[in-house]
Write a protein that binds this ligand. Structure first.
Ligand code: NDP
Length: 322
C-alpha cells in the first residue's frame, strides 16, 4: 500500500549536506523527512580514510562517518527513508515528490542534496586500484602522496587546480591531457607551467592503470597512448588523479529548478535559495568549486536555516491574512 507523507521539510539525498540539513531542521522542530536515494551516505561511502573532516584527530573511515551523521540525524528527530525520488513537481506548494516505492511526499519546503559523482575514465585497472593509488580528489587524497610521483588526468580547471595543489605535496606531477591545449583559465595555466616539478604530456589518452603484484595491489604506472601516433608508453607513478569532470545528480529536477549548462543547481549567491521559493540546494549538487564533505555539511546547515526562515515568513503572512 502506498502512503502520502506530509512534511514541512523534505531533504533529498543522504550525504553530508543532506544529513546536516536534517539535523538542523530537526533541532528547529521542523520534523524533516530525508529520502536517502540510491547511495545512502554519498561519496564518502566509497572513501576510506578521512583526515580532513574537523573534529577527529585520528583518521576516520568514510562509511563510519556517514553512519554517525545518519544516527545523529535520527537521534534529533529526523526520519530517514530508504527510497528514491523519481519525479518532482515544484510548480506549486506543497511540492509533490514521487518515489520509486509509490509513496508520495507533499513538502512545504525541499532541500536538494543529491550530490555529484566524479567521472571516471572507464579503463582497465581504474576501479580495482581506486583508493590504492587511483583517486578523483586531490584535496582528499593528495596528502597520502607526499614526496611521490603522481599523474593528473584532464585539461580543465579542476585538473589544473588539482595539479597545482599536488605540486606542493608530491615530488613530481605529470598532467596528462588528451589534446594539445588546456581549457583551464590562462592564469591557472601560467601558475602550473611555472612549477618546476610539473610536466605535461600532451595528446595522450590513458589506456590502463597498472598495479603491483602484491596481495593488495597499488598503482605503479599508467599506460598512455599517443593520440597522434598510437604509440604506447608506460609512465611510472604512485598516484593517478582523474579530474575529467563531475556529473551532478539532477536528472530528476530538470525543468523544475534553474540549472547551469553542466546540470548544477543554481543558487542565489551566499544562500542556498534556488529560483523556486521554498526549494533549496546544498552540497555538491550546487557546488563545482569546493566539493568537500565539510563545505557540503556547511551548506546543508545553511539550507535548513534558509528553509526555517522561509517557513516562518510564510506562517507569519498566513497569520496576518487570517
Ligand atoms: P571540464 O569539463 O571543464 O573539463 C574536463 C576536462 O577533462 C577537459 O579538459 C576534457 O578534455 C577532459 N576529459 C573529459 N573526458 C575525458 C576522458 N574521457 N578522457 C580524458 N580526458 C577527458 O571539467 P572541470 O571539472 O575541470 O570543470 C567543471 C566546471 O567547473 C567548469 O565550468 C570549470 O570552469 C569549473 N571549475 C572552476 C574552478 C575555478 O574557477 N577555480 C575550479 C574547478 C572547476 P577536453 O578539453 O579535450 O574536452
Amino acid at each position: 500500500m502506498t502512503t502520502t507523507h506530509q512534511t514541512q521539510l523534505l531533504v533529498i539525498g543522504a550525504g553530508p549536506a543532506g544529513y546536516t540539513a536534517a539535523i538542523y531542521a530537526a533541532r528547529a522542530g521542523l520534523r524533516p523527512m530525508l529520502v536517502a536515494g540510491l547511495q545512502p551516505g554519498g561519496q564518502l561511502t566509497i572513501t576510506t580514510d578521512v583526515e580532513n573532516y574537523p573534529g577527529f584527530a585520528e583518521a576516520v573511515q568514510g562509511p563510519w562517518l556517514m553512519d554517525q551523521m545518519r544516527a545523529q540525524a535520527e537521534h534529533v528527530g529526523a526520519t530517514v527513508i530508504h527510497d528514491i525520488i523519481t519525479q518532482v513537481d515544484f510548480s506549486a506548494r506543497p511540492f509533490r515528490c514521487d518515489t520509486d516505492s509509490g509513496d508520495v511526499f507533499m513538502a512545504e519546503t525541499v532541500v536538494i542534496a543529491t550530490g555529484a559523482q566524479a567521472r571516471w575514465l572507464g579503463i582497465p585497472g581504474e576501479q580495482a586500484l581506486s583508493g590504492n593509488g587511483v583517486s578523483a580528489c586531490a584535496t582528499c587524497d593528495g596528502f597520502f602522496f607526499r614526496g611521490k610521483r603522481v599523474a593528473v588526468i584532464g585539461g580543465g580547471n579542476s585538473a589544473t587546480e588539482e595539479a597545482l595543489y599536488l605540486s606542493n605535496l608530491a615530488a613530481h606531477v605529470t598532467l596528462v591531457h588528451r589534446r594539445d591545449s588546456l581549457r583551464s583559465e590562462k592564469i591557472l595555466q601560467q601558475r602550473l607551467f611555472a612549477k618546476p616539478n610539473v610536466s605535461v604530456v600532451w595528446n595522450a589518452a590513458v589506456e590502463e592503470a597498472l598495479g603491483t603484484d602484491a596481495a593488495r595491489p597499488a598503482l605503479r604506472a599508467i599506460r598512455l597512448r599517443d593520440t597522434l601516433t598510437g604509440a604506447l608508453s608506460d609512465l611510472d607513478v604512485d598516484g593517478m588523479f582523474v579530474a575529467i569532470g563531475h556529473d551532478p545528480a539532477t536528472a530528476v529536477f530538470k525543468g523544475q529548478v534553474a540549472m547551469d549548462e553542466g546540470g548544477y543547481v543554481l543558487v542565489e549567491a551566499g544562500t542556498t535559495r534556488t529560483n523556486v521559493s521554498g526549494v533549496f540546494a546544498a552540497g555538491d549538487v550546487a557546488d563545482k568549486l569546493y566539493r568537500q564533505a565539510v563545505t557540503a555539511a556547511g551548506t546543508g546547515c545553511m539550507a535548513a536555516l534558509d528553509a526555517e526562515r522561509f517557513l516562518a515568513a510564510v506562517h507569519h503572512a498566513q497569520r496576518q491574512a487570517a
